[in-house]
Design a protein around this ligand. Structure first.
Ligand SMILES: C[S@@+](CC[C@H](N)C(=O)[O-])C[C@H]1O[C@@H](n2cnc3c(N)ncnc32)[C@H](O)[C@@H]1O
Length: 529
């Protein structure tokens, strides 16, 4: 880290930036006699995050004096349940007189000229994640449970709630109640004697109960900040609504395959569930294979299959890579070298087209680096109501460019170019959830309809400036690469995506934008917002 990058000018991070504004309201959070409602909970939580009680003491101490402040390092980061991202920064040559601590929580925009500190933090964060994984392996829980969602979700949620990542996971620990998908008559007891923050969430659309008591680091510049008053929540029973029923079904379906949770959220109006969903008949299908009424077995002989004894680490030896002959440094010059479609962290190389993943004909297992789209999704998502384009999908965690998010699922039906019932196709909205499988062959025979069966991806809206794209991926459901090709559709992030950002794809990636006005048929396409 250079001195220059570390130097922080007084006008870059001002005292009022790192310190919450003082209001008498913040300082006085009255103990509630009844359970707070959602809106009250949001307010209380915000107050907790921005409590100013101790900050006035800080000002009196005049602990931030005129002068430059240098970032020593970033020691933590966190996204609270309101979606606010903050970094915990350790400062050089500054500490609190009161307790000797030298960190404050700052917003990303306040961290200017801190590229090196940020880069170092990124590496450190990755190191912690790897360490955490090792710890979890030692708990005796199968790694698959961690890798495939359950623990990831647990930690992500802790992070989102601002609890940090220092929770030790032990086999006998109490699981948060939201991992229990029964969704009914939950009892959340909060001991009044517990010393730390208590957050109960039935807020911001998180439609399950989660109560947790534990010591936690301050979210405020003052290390001693604590919620002004603890909340006493004795008992809560969840009223069964269409939403809780649908949520329970989705939870059960995602849990069954070890995928991260998809939460239904509506902060816009009273609609409980998307009107396109028939509660009685809709089937949530996270991974597939595609649903099909008839008998359509796939032909495994379509695949080469591999016998790699090095865990498929060398693309030159893995015959599944036959199709992948490009030079990643210059796409126009195929070298004949084989390269994996994914890097060693499972990130899709965005200059790639379709992908053949290792499969049932191969000797490797799900940990193979060439099996990515077929793994259960580990990114927690929300299906949320928008004011102007129906329901949509957003992430609750940071997503890195190249991250594979999951696959499209639904009913396998004849394509519009195939034998699809022409009359049915004319019905209004008949193609609303339809994805044509025409990647390799325009005279294709199949499409996937997610109207009555599907997953989170059926809610992805269109944008001419998308942050996600679709690629064809082969690992099952294939007869051949011609008319009977029934490949899978993988979703991949085409850039880094911040938490609470809507995920969007371009429905017609190969067509040119309209000359003027709207770029597509969707009036609310974000390109012109
Ligand atoms: C696959 S669905 C997406 C989920 C849908 N919004 C819902 O509420 O179920 C496709 C439909 O969403 C709507 N849609 C998608 N992108 C849109 C956009 N950018 N603006 C407005 N409506 C959009 C259109 O009605 C489209 O037919």
């Amino acid at each position: 880290m250079t001195a220059k990058s570390k130097k922080r000018k007084r006008n870059e991070i001002k005292q009022e930036d790192v310190q919450p504004k003082s209001t008498s309201k913040n300082a006085k959070v009255k103990k509630k006699k009844k359970n707070p409602n959602s809106a009250e909970m949001v307010e209380l939580y915000k107050m907790y995050l921005e409590s100013s009680a101790e900050e006035s003491e800080l000002s009196e101490d005049a602990e931030w004096e005129e002068g430059d402040y240098e970032v020593d390092k970033i020691v933590d980061d966190s996204v609270d349940m309101c979606g606010n991202h903050r970094f915990q920064v350790a400062w050089k040559n500054w500490s609190r007189k009161s307790d000797g601590t030298n960190t404050t929580w700052v917003k990303p925009e306040q961290l200017t000229n801190a590229d090196e500190a940020l880069a170092e933090w990124k590496i450190e964060k990755k190191r912690r994640i790897i360490e955490r994984r090792k710890r979890y392996e030692q708990t005796g829980y199968p790694l698959s449970l961690f890798a495939h969602g359950c623990f990831t979700r647990f930690n992500t949620t802790l992070e989102e709630l601002g609890f940090g990542e220092d929770q030790e996971l032990t086999p006998d620990m109490e699981f948060p109640s939201y991992l229990d998908t029964t969704q009914s008559n939950r009892i959340n007891k909060v001991e009044e004697t517990e010393p730390a923050a208590i957050v109960h969430t039935q807020i911001m659309g998180i439609d399950s109960n989660y109560s947790k008591t534990r010591e936690r680091p301050s979210m405020s510049p003052s290390a001693s900040v604590r919620p002004a008053k603890r909340l006493k929540i004795e008992k809560e029973s969840v009223v069964e609504t269409d939403r809780t029923v649908l949520q329970a079904a989705w939870d059960s379906a995602t849990d069954q395959v070890g995928a991260a949770r998809v939460v239904l959220v509506n902060e816009v109006d009273e609609e409980l569930i998307p009107q396109s969903i028939n509660l009685a008949t809709f089937q949530y299908l996270e991974l597939g294979p595609y649903r099909y009424e008839g008998d359509l077995s796939s032909d495994i002989n379509f695949f080469a299959g591999c016998t790699c004894d090095d865990g498929c680490l060398d693309p030159q030896k893995c015959p599944c890579q036959d199709e992948h002959l490009i030079d990643l440094t210059d796409e126009t010059k195929p070298t004949g070298d084989r390269v994996f479609a994914y890097d060693k962290n499972g990130k899709y190389r965005l200059d790639r087209g379709s992908v053949i993943e290792c499969n049932a004909k191969c000797q490797c297992d799900l940990t193979c680096p060439n099996r990515v789209a077929q793994r259960p999704r580990d990114v927690p998502l929300e299906v949320f109501k928008t004011p102007d384009r129906g329901w949509a999908v957003r992430t609750t965690t940071f997503i890195e460019e190249g991250k594979v998010l999951g696959v499209f699922t639904g009913d396998l039906v004849p394509s519009s170019a195939g034998k699809r019932d022409k009359q049915k196709m004319k019905e209004k909205g008949a193609d609303e959830f339809l994805f044509e499988l025409d990647w390799l062959n325009q005279a294709h025979g199949w499409a996937v309809d997610a109207k009555n069966c599907g997953n989170w991806s059926r809610f992805i809206n269109h944008s001419c400036l998308p942050n996600v794209k679709v690629y064809a991926v082969f690992y099952d459901s294939v007869i051949d690469a011609g008319e009977d090709c029934r490949h899978r559709l993988g979703f991949v992030a085409t850039r880094d995506i911040e938490p609470r950002t809507e995920l969007m794809i371009n429905y017609t990636p190969h067509s040119k934008p309209a000359a003027s006005g709207k770029c597509c048929k969707y009036g609310n396409c974000i390109r012109f917002k």
